[in-house]
Design a protein around this ligand. Structure first.
Ligand code: CP
Length: 309
């Protein structure tokens, strides 16, 4: 049986292209399962998973929970705002207390970069990074690439532009790694203040003119401005941001070709994208959400296969 080359999913930068292919093949199977009348398989009846969310989430948390339930795993959920973290408990103490309850896999979202890597070195469980600060969000990038492949047949050779707040985005970095590993060309587009200085060292081109970026690409992955990670003002006003970097139907229709529109959510409608674009037939935003469950089932299933009981 084929296996992943890694014991944890800490970031796309630790994966090989063969790992991505294996995750996609496995997700194809689970996508078929979740579209059956009985959407559940007994594969992980002997596995316990802890979902530790030290930072807010809607999509990722619900998607992981649903993926785990579809695989028949036992799950426990932890949210930092309702926990003893508020009383000063350390991350290692929190996790070790949870692991004493015989947990096999930890899914963790944390505001600090490298939190998953740190945990993987200190606790005896498989770790899945569900987003660490502005660093990586590997399952989001996997579901994004899977959705591109589903829509366009392949990721290889496709031109993808990631638009918006690249500086504060873990989705952008994981997508850059995943897309390049599969042979796509990647550009980023946004205000220069929201583009990391050394991004070109990753083999990514920068385009600050939105129309040119859209004319170049096959797929536009639109990101929101992450105000919660900003301690200074990066652009004069939301109105100006929308005028220069917001995608509206008029702009989309004027391109003379049909590009694919993606967004990882949460969407700020009317800021980075208008409703008529987000809800148009060019948008695959809800397909991304559906594929997220199949991709997370695949990742959990493949990591669980490595656990000796
Ligand atoms: N795409 C994403 O990570 O969304 P959430 O923050 O709601 O999980």
């Amino acid at each position: 049986m084929k296996a992943l080359s890694t014991e944890h999913l800490l970031g796309i930068k630790y994966l090989k292209n063969e790992d991505i292919n294996l995750i996609f093949e496995t997700a194809d199977h689970f996508k078929e399962v979740i579209n059956r009348p009985i959407k559940k398989v007994p594969s992980l009846r002997d596995i316990t998973i802890a979902n530790l969310f030290f930072e807010n989430s809607t999509r990722t948390k619900l998607s992981f929970e649903l993926a785990e339930k579809r695989l028949s795993a036992d799950i426990i959920n932890f949210s930092a705002s309702q926990s003893s973290v508020k009383k000063g408990e350390t991350l290692i103490d929190t996790v070790n207390n949870i692991l004493s309850m015989k947990v096999d896999i930890v899914v963790m979202r944390h505001p600090n970069v490298g939190a998953g890597v740190f945990l993987s070195k200190h606790v005896d469980a498989r770790i899945i990074n569900a987003g660490d600060g502005a660093h990586e969000h590997p399952t989001q990038a996997l579901l994004d690439s899977y959705s591109i492949k589903e829509k366009l047949g392949t990721v290889k050779g496709k031109k993808i532009v990631i638009i918006g707040d690249i500086l504060h985005s873990r989705v952008a970095l994981s997508n850059i790694f995943a897309l390049q590993l599969q042979g796509a060309q990647v550009k980023v587009c946004g205000p220069t203040t929201l583009i990391p200085k050394h991004i070109t060292s990753l083999g990514v081109e920068v385009e600050t003119n939105l129309r040119k970026a859209l004319e170049w690409c096959d797929v536009a992955n639109v990101l929101r401005v992450q105000h919660e990670r900003m301690d200074i003002k990066y652009f004069p006003s939301i109105r100006e941001y929308t005028q220069l970097f917001g995608i509206n139907k008029q702009l989309l229709d004027s391109l003379g070709k049909k590009i694919v529109i993606m967004h990882p959510g949460p969407i700020n409608r009317g800021v980075e994208i208008t409703s008529d674009v987000a809800d148009s037939d060019q948008s695959i935003i809800l397909n991304q959400v559906e594929n997220g469950v199949a991709i997370r089932m695949a990742v959990i299933y493949l990591l669980a296969q490595q656990i000796k009981k």
